[in-house]
Design a protein around this ligand. Structure first.
Ligand SMILES: [Zn+2]
Length: 301
């Protein structure tokens, strides 16, 4: 009897896994699921990233589909409780796998998946690692489903009467395939991982100089809402922390290079008390200094 109960419970938990996502209302049309400022693991199951949805009137546009099929399914369930409609479009801001592995759910339900041309052309450039970190139940049904509509440069799409301006960058910023989404009628920018808050960013695949330039360009749009890929700030000053951090590490690394310090000595002195309170400081900061050093050493301005 006991073992039967155990099996029943095991089955129950296998099929009933849920992320319990709660959307945050940004304005009457825009909502976001804000992820936790953590590294992906079997507790958060990849719910570490932001996924937003925009009410187009008759259906939704989703910006970043999250870490798994089930995440997307649960996100759509939460969307339907606000307004029961389908998701017609999904925009992927970049190839890091916490942002787009929910594509499969949306495609299965008829959505068009939109991404940078370079993302679609280099599907194996950044191998997915999600399945190594999250539970089997959470990863279940997740497949790599790539964008089918490809964006190059700056393009405005009219999605059910709403103009959506997409900028696919041709230079490395956070990755070599970043795309930002601007909706002028909402005065909203969805900046993907060009904007981090509440945690230290990842410069691993990025270029510090281009990243600072891109943030200045985003600020110049003077939008009411700027929503990043990580962190729950969403107003016009949400770029502040990312910019401050990048400028501080750039200044520090350039000074070290000028003083003739090699990378080992630079890293040994690289603690920055200003940012120590941020989540993931221990995990990311030293690596970011190292990446910045390698970029700036070559005078790659
Ligand atoms: Zn990323």
């Amino acid at each position: 009897m006991k073992s039967l109960l155990f099996i029943a419970l095991a089955f129950h938990s296998l099929f009933s896994f849920e992320y319990n996502l709660v959307p945050k209302k940004i304005n009457n049309q825009i909502y976001c699921f804000f992820g936790k400022p953590q590294i992906m693991d079997t507790h958060n199951n990849g719910n570490i990233t932001n996924s937003c949805f925009v009410d187009l009137g008759k259906s939704y546009l989703v910006i970043d589909s999250g870490p798994s099929y089930k995440y997307a399914r649960d996100a759509h369930k939460a969307m339907r409780s606000i307004k029961n409609q389908k998701v017609s479009y999904v925009i992927n801001t970049h190839i890091h796998d916490d942002h787009w592995l929910g594509n499969g759910y949306y495609k299965e339900n008829g959505a068009t998946i939109i991404g940078a041309k370079i993302f679609a052309n280099t599907p194996n450039a950044t191998p997915i690692r999600m399945q190594q970190f999250i539970s089997k139940e959470a990863f279940d049904k997740t497949k790599e489903v790539f964008p089918t509509k490809h964006i190059e440069g700056v393009q405005t799409l009219n999605l059910q009467g709403v103009d959506v301006e997409l900028t696919s960058y041709d230079k490395t910023i956070h990755t070599d395939n970043d795309m930002i989404v601007f909706i002028p009628s909402q005065s909203a920018v969805f900046a993907g991982d060009l904007v981090f808050n509440e945690r230290v960013l990842s410069l691993r695949d990025g270029n510090i100089n281009n990243w600072i330039d891109a943030l200045n360009e985003i600020d110049a749009k003077k939008s009411k809402f700027i929503i990043g890929g990580h962190g729950s700030l969403y107003l016009s000053d949400s770029t502040k922390m990312t910019k401050r951090y990048l400028e501080a590490i750039k200044e520090f690394v350039l000074e070290s290079i000028e003083m003739g310090l090699d990378i080992t000595d630079t890293l040994a002195n690289s603690r920055m008390s200003e940012f120590e309170h941020l989540k993931l400081y221990e995990e990311m900061h030293t690596k970011n200094i190292e990446t910045a050093y390698r970029t700036l050493e070559w005078g790659d301005e």
